[in-house]
Design a protein around this ligand. Structure first.
Ligand code: AMX
Length: 463
């Protein structure tokens, strides 16, 4: 695994060569669980030895501002699947997004990576082969059926309930199927926890597109059937078909979308929530549903909906051909009314999000003349200098959510309050891969110490 933690972009050629070597090793098995079973004891040993040597070594300091400031900058979590660099953006097991686009397997004739490949990479640290990815597609297609009570729940949900609330409720209810919860109740040894979390994660990832498509068809269409899963097709292709779309270019977009929204290291609200709830040994369904509730917040995943709502208002007020002056005026109006500009800023990133950039590149390739894309491009020129002028915004650049909606609109998926559900389907890949490792490494229940303001003042005075 450590082989892939090369941190410079110049390392691409090296990574290609390394991936070939790793492929040779990983070629042997298309059984992800068996590959994990072989890796886990070595990683457990590596962590055990590291803790033996460095268990008491300090990795940072905590200031009062950090405690009141959302714990920004506190190094307090371990996350194996991805690491976020403030300038460079996310690396999945050491690979940047452009590197993943180059190295991960693609659908026949396709140009974008398959999310199955990303999941294999997040789980194992290895770039998978085509055969390994194909096996994952098949397994997810075979595990996709929903139990009747979840279908009944979704079909009885009023369409006034937000799609994210429907999503979270359905996933919570799906925990009736948890193999981990059953094994725990029957007294399974803790060394086996990861195996049941793995099984639940695979089942849950398989079922998420069916839940999400049912929500979409019930809420925005006539509620008619979502069609059957084709076990010879990949996860994104089946999902897009179930939503009711068959444009091959849109399916390619979904492959990219579901890959890039998957993971953003451990401290963001959704990932941290899943990790925290899972640490109480809540099963993967309950833990992931909790993460979805965090993703549904407007400062996190709901920002992709907020961006479109904001752009619609902008269009209504100034039209598609807004001048720079009109754009500036609209942005200042947003800020002066005490609101944020959605899709801009980030708690960790300090440059344009590479997830924004790759979606922009997709748009430049496939929809360069789309009026909404052109508006998004013009907004990109105007917002950062204004946010800088405010003086307090630490990152004036766009994040992933500033660009995803315009692409979905172009292919006809125009129902913006559905967008965060797509984000959630993708996010499962990262947080569930992490959860398997959390249990494999035997991480304990999470319980940081909190202090009252009085207690803190007293402690500092005494110091
Ligand atoms: N528009 C206006 N003001 C902004 C801003 C934006 N896009 N981004 C940050 N600010 C403000 C903050 O509200 C804060 O103001 P305050 O001191 O008066 O409360 C100040 O600038 C400092 O904030 P920060 O340290 O730069 O950001 P943060 O780490 O506290 O918050 C984030 C990060 C993403 C919540 C924030 O940038 C934001 O609200 N952006 C818009 C919503 C958005 O796009 N969210 C999606 C993020 C990606 C994701 O999780 N999917």
């Amino acid at each position: 695994m450590a082989l892939f933690r090369v941190s410079t972009t110049k390392g691409l050629e090296l990574q290609k060569a390394l991936s070939q070597i790793c492929r040779q090793f990983s070629d042997a098995s298309t059984d992800l669980k068996a590959v994990m079973a072989a890796k886990i004891p070595k990683e457990q040993e590596r962590v055990k030895n590291f803790r033996k040597t460095h268990g008491n070594t300090k990795v940072g300091e905590v200031t009062v501002d950090m405690m009141y400031g959302g714990m920004r900058g506190i190094k307090g979590l371990v996350c194996e699947t991805s690491v976020l660099d403030a300038d460079e953006g996310i690396r999945f097991r050491g690979l940047s997004i452009p590197e993943c686009q180059k190295l991960l397997p693609k659908a026949p004739g396709g140009a974008e990576p398959l999310p199955e490949g990303l999941f294999w990479l997040l789980m194992t640290g290895d770039v998978p082969t085509d055969a390994q990815v194909k096996q994952l597609s098949k397994q997810w297609a075979e595990r996709a059926d929903l139990p009747a009570h979840v279908v009944t729940l979704l079909n009885n949900m009023p369409n006034t309930v937000h799609p994210m609330s429907q999503f979270s409720a359905a996933v919570t209810t799906l925990n009736s199927e948890s193999k981990f919860a059953k094994a725990y109740a029957s007294g399974v040894h803790k060394s086996k926890y990861w195996e049941y979390v793995y099984e639940d994660s695979m089942d849950l990832i398989a079922k998420l597109p069916v839940i999400a498509a049912t929500i979409y068809r019930n809420t925005f269409k006539d509620g008619s059937g979502i069609g059957a899963i084709d076990t010879s097709k990949d996860w994104s292709c089946n999902f897009t078909h179930m939503l009711g779309y068959d444009d091959p270019q849109f399916i390619e977009l979904m492959r990219l979308y579901l890959t890039i929204h998957s993971d953003h290291e451990g401290g963001n609200v959704s990932a941290h929530t899943v990790h925290l709830v899972g640490s109480a040994l809540s099963d993967p369904y309950l833990s992931f549903a909790a993460g979805l509730n965090g993703l549904a917040g407007p400062l996190h995943g709901l920002a992709n909906q907020e961006v479109l709502v904001w752009l619609q208002k902008l269009r209504q007020q100034v039209g598609d051909k807004a001048t720079e002056e009109q754009l500036k005026e609209f942005i200042w109006k947003t800020l002066k009314s005490g609101q944020v500009v959605p899709g801009y800023g980030h708690a960790v990133l300090r440059k344009t999000d590479p997830r924004y950039t790759c979606q922009r590149e997709f748009a430049l390739k496939h929809l360069p003349n789309d009026p909404l894309f052109q508006l998004v491009s013009n907004v990109y020129k105007v917002v950062p200098p204004i946010l800088l002028e405010l003086g307090k915004v630490k990152n004036p650049w766009p994040n992933v959510d500033a660009h995803s909606g315009v692409l979905l609109q172009y292919y006809g998926l125009s129902e913006m309050n559905y967008y965060t559900v797509l984000f959630g389907v993708s996010r499962a890949l990262g947080v569930l891969a992490s959860m398997v490792w959390d249990r494999a490494l035997g991480l304990p229940i999470e319980r940081p110490k909190s202090l009252s303001t009085d207690g803190l003042m007293k402690a500092l005075k005494a110091a």
